[in-house]
Ligand binder design. Structure first.
Ligand code: XLS
Ligand code: NI
Ligand code: NI
Length: 434
């Protein structure tokens, strides 16, 4: 035991009447919602990077957090792991996620950095034998080190491509070793700063081949989890190639990977791309590539990824509604890709951020489930498209031509009557379940 969270009790469900800060009011892991335990629906994960590796800096000032594990020795890395697993236990978090760079010190050579990673993976594995927390996904940090400033797979220097590919191999090995449910690739620097020095076509070819290698290796080692791409339109690159779900899908089709790779959708990234979170989830589901979510919230006034913990139940409910309509998470889950604010210095702040976020998600899930169960929205949607169930309408799509349709419109004297979309009624239905 470390003394970092000294005195903070294990957080349990106490219900809405609880007087304690360290209690769940809505997240009740064993409560059954739509035939499934809440914990199995939501599949919460803690993000190692925000809670344990981020020093609290912003563009105008450096580190605000003073953590006993900040330092670049293996001893620091082990102490960080001790605290991280204590927090998973306090929260009853079923999963966590990490990048290589979050958990091990970077060393002078690739081989030594890999040894550091392997050592920490052993350390995690031993803890995971005693604790129930599992790995939702692992990933490689291919964006922080200066070698990646011009991209990883899309770098103009083939040696950087090679370094990135070798790094992904080690991170996939680590994920496999820990029984990870997925492997994520977020292309932080896979984009460009200026077209003046960039060959777009060549970079896309490199990125496509890189992803094919990832899929080939997954099959080689028998990794059963899903490979997930995390779309984001910009930041840190001015323009990132994995702009949004639609762009990623086109990219996957181009390289023959649409049946192999899914997406990890983040709330803040959807907003940056000019979409809503639920739009991105619904689109991915309709394309058969929905995998997992990074749950957070963006500040709507600032144009960057503020990675705040979610606290807007109505918005979150719309997202979970689409998750439920998609059939729920398969191997995916709800990763809190979110950080406390840089003034939130106390250990308790880390816990309370997650407690609040888990309750927000639980309320949202319950509202979404009530909406789906009540069927009001789905009934209205079915009624709206009911005309397409008629044999003539089906035949038109299947075998109609512009000429045959033209003839029918004339023969039947078609004159369609506009019907209300009933948006306000549907919005009112939502408010009743929130
Ligand atoms: C950054 C991304 C990152 C990924 C993992 O904006 O959200 O945190 O989730 O590399
Ligand atoms: Ni993310
Ligand atoms: Ni992000």
């Amino acid at each position: 035991m470390t003394d970092f969270f000294n005195g903070i009790p294990q957080v349990r469900y106490e219900g809405p009447q609880s007087q304690s800060d360290f209690a769940f009011r809505h997240y009740n892991p064993d409560e059954v919602v739509l035939g499934k335990r809440m914990e199995d629906h939501l599949r919460f994960a803690v993000a190692y990077w925000h809670s344990f590796a981020w020093p609290g800096g912003d563009p105008f000032g450096g580190q605000t957090f003073e953590r006993p594990w900040f330092g670049d020795t293996m001893q620091h890395a082990r102490r960080k792991a001790d605290v991280a697993f204590e927090m998973f236990e306090i929260l009853g978090a079923p999963f966590f996620c990490f990048h290589d760079a979050d958990v091990r010190p970077e060393a002078a050579s690739f081989a030594e950095s890999t040894r550091n990673l392997e050592e920490i993976v052993e350390y995690f594995a031993a803890k995971m034998e005693r604790q129930k927390t599992r790995l939702l996904w692992g990933t490689a940090n291919l964006f922080s080190h200066r070698r990646y400033m011009s991209g990883a797979a899309t770098n103009p220097d083939p040696e950087v491509f090679a370094y990135a590919a070798a790094t992904v191999k080690t991170c996939m090995d680590a994920t496999m070793k820990l029984g990870g449910a997925n492997y994520v690739l977020w292309g932080g620097r896979e984009g460009y700063e200026t077209l003046l020095n960039t060959d777009l076509g060549r970079e896309a070819e490199q990125m496509g081949r890189f992803l094919q290698m990832v899929v080939e290796y997954k099959h080689k080692i028998g990794f059963k989890g899903a490979i997930l791409i995390e779309p984001k339109p910009q930041e840190p690159s001015k323009h990132q190639y994995d702009y949004d779900v639609a762009t990623v899908y086109g990219f996957l089709r181009r390289f023959g990977l649409e049946a192999e790779v899914k997406v990890n959708i983040e709330q803040g990234h959807a907003i940056l791309a000019g979409h809503s979170f639920e739009h991105e989830i619904a689109l991915a589901a309709s394309l058969g590539i929905f995998g997992s979510i990074d749950m957070n919230r963006n500040d709507y006034q600032s144009g960057w990824d503020t990675d705040q913990f979610p606290n807007n139940v109505p918005e979150t409910a719309m997202a979970y509604y689409e998750v439920l309509r998609a059939g729920g998470f398969g191997s995916g889950g709800t990763n809190f890709d979110a950080k406390i604010r840089r003034q939130s210095l106390d250990p308790a702040d880390l816990i309370l951020a997650h407690v609040g976020a888990m309750d927000v998600c639980a309320r949202a899930l319950k509202a979404a489930a009530a909406m789906l169960e009540g069927d009001a929205l789905e009934a209205a949607r079915r009624a709206r498209y009911a005309g397409w169930d008629a044999p003539a309408a089906k035949a038109m799509l299947k075998s109609g031509t512009l000429e045959s349709i033209h003839a029918r419109v004339l023969a039947e004297g078609l004159n369609p009557v506009p019907r209300s979309g009933r948006q306000e009624r549907l919005e009112n239905l939502w408010n009743r379940v929130l």
